[in-house]
Design a protein around this ligand. Structure first.
Ligand code: 86X
Length: 499
């Protein structure tokens, strides 16, 4: 390969763009620097003029579109409809449900003026849409016949945080879906909370190839407006845990403060039972942080905007033939469907060296590269290179279309397996506090019995820097004693240092 590149040099443009495109730190040496460079250099994110408000570039946005497509299909099957509620929320609506808003109010961004004239009532930019949606719900719901009501919206959210922003993971503005459902009975609501939790698990594991721990949040970590909160959580390579999505059983908390009530079949008034649930563009950052390597991003095929890049090895005398064959192959492979979608195949015929192109597409995490040069052409073959393992294999050109699906599935599976191995090997089980502390310091996830008392969790946070992630479902561990305070406890929780 080296001699091909030197032979090529006189013909191939070498401009500044060819230099220094790679990531300059090792992922294992400085994860946060690695992450920053990975998302910028892969052209996923650009910083905007306002701190915490980042630009999601087309390459990253198309990942979000795939998640939307998958998620919409699943929730529509559950009877959920999409809608859109206003961005601006009048101040008085926020005050209807004081209890849950109280802790959050410092994060609300306000619109106070229209042009130069002061508004009679200031308007909050939605930090979440409970208040504005439930204001409508209380008007729409009158009888048991109006239930269930299941709405979802895809929108942007603004929360004016002061912790330093990290693209995707902690931004002041982000994109999400928020589902808000209303039922006549507690049972229906609780059933849906679990269904949605499982759907989030599928989004992470099937699409993002990110294994998650699904379970119930502690009293201290649940959403204050909820009766209980379910979540999916995962672990970054640097040992920090991160929450991926939440599904809340709201009980009748909001229906009572917003008067969402209905006449039941017997003609008596009842308050409705509610859920809310959300997953955001943070999930993209989680996926990048987990799969990437020193060369850059690695995208699981299920969410990759481009599945295959064909890099023709160009020499003056054979250029036309190699380009023609590359384009033919591209057209042939573009007819292949992967999970009911046509795969995206491109030919990189830019006037750069092959080496530069390899680095460029590796940085962007394209799952498969196909190298095709004049010698390959003569032998009617091409070289397939896997992004995740760097494995190279030569195939007859006419057989490539038959192996692409298998290779994509292998990459998808391997990424999930690798991440699962990491998370599994990072979980330590103990009921001893000293052991707990030691492993938290080593950035492990510790699975321990816990009393679920908020005061106790605050102490644990102070003493170890960790908090609960969640308690797995079907948590039928034997009765034990809280790892921190010794009180009797039936529940075991995952603990970790987290984002
Ligand atoms: C909590 C709860 C919930 C629907 C979800 O987690 C999924 C989708 N919403 C969101 N939360 C707030 O309620 C909140 C409220 C205010 Cl006023 C705020 F400024 C920030 C908030 N952050 C989170």
């Amino acid at each position: 390969m080296a001699d091909i590149e030197t032979n090529n040099k006189k013909n191939i443009k070498k401009d500044n763009q060819e230099k220094d495109i790679g990531i300059t730190v090792k992922k294992s040496d400085d994860f946060s620097e690695w992450y920053q460079q990975a998302i910028l250099k892969s052209e996923m994110i650009e910083y905007g003029p306002v701190s915490g408000c980042m630009i999601i570039r087309p390459y990253a946005y198309s990942i979000w579109e795939k998640v939307q497509k998958y998620f919409n299909k699943k929730i529509k099957k559950m009877g959920v409809k999409n809608a859109y509620f206003p961005l601006l929320i009048p101040e008085n609506l926020f005050n209807k449900e004081k209890e849950h808003v109280e802790g959050f109010s410092p994060e609300v961004a306000w619109v106070t003026h229209g042009g130069s004239s002061k508004l009679p009532e200031k308007l909050g930019i939605r930090p979440t849409s409970e208040t504005i949606m439930y204001y409508s719900y209380s008007k729409w719901i009158r009888s048991w016949r109006d239930l269930p009501l299941k709405l979802n919206q895809w929108c942007n959210i603004v929360r004016w945080e002061f912790k330093h922003p990290v693209p995707f993971l902690r931004t002041r503005e982000f994109l999400w879906q928020e589902g808000h459902t209303v039922f006549a009975t507690k049972d229906e609501a609780e059933k849906e909370v679990l269904e949605i939790l499982n759907l989030y698990k599928q989004v992470f594991e099937e699409l993002y190839a990110v294994p998650v721990l699904a379970g119930k949040k502690s009293e201290n970590e649940k959403f204050a407006g909820a009766v209980y909160t379910m979540s999916v959580e995962t672990l970054f390579p640097n040992g920090k845990a991160i929450q991926g999505a939440t599904s809340h059983f709201l009980g009748q908390n909001f229906s009572k403060s917003f008067n969402i009530s209905f006449l039941n079949k017997e003609g008596f008034k009842e308050f409705a039972w509610q859920n809310s649930w959300g997953i955001s563009t943070r999930s993209i950052g989680i996926m990048i942080g987990i799969h990437g390597d020193d060369k850059g991003v690695i995208l699981p095929p299920r969410i990759a905007p481009i599945h295959i890049v064909i890099v023709p090895i160009l020499f003056d005398d054979s250029m036309d033939d190699v380009l023609r064959e590359s384009n033919d192959l591209m057209k042939e492979l573009s007819k292949i469907q992967y999970h009911n979608e046509f795969i995206e195949v491109i030919v990189d015929d830019r006037n750069y060296t092959p080496g530069y192109k390899y680095n460029y597409w590796e940085l962007k995490g394209v799952p498969i590269r196909i190298e095709l040069g004049p010698k390959d052409l003569k032998n009617k073959q091409a070289v397939i290179v896997r992004r995740d393992t760097n494995e190279k294999k030569t195939f007859p050109i006419n057989q490539i279309k038959d192996v692409v699906n298998v290779i994509l599935d292998e990459i998808q599976q391997k990424l999930l397996d690798k991440a699962r191995e990491f998370i599994n090997s990072s979980i330590i089980v103990t009921n001893d506090f000293e052991t707990f502390k030691k492993y938290i310091d080593e950035r492990k996830i510790v699975y321990a019995p816990f009393c679920n008392n908020p005061e106790c969790e605050k102490n644990i946070k102070e003493m170890t820097g960790s908090k609960t992630l969640n308690a797995p479902l079907n948590n039928d561990s034997e009765k034990s004693f809280c790892v921190a305070c010794g009180a009797e406890s039936k529940e075991w929780f995952y603990f970790g240092k987290s984002y």
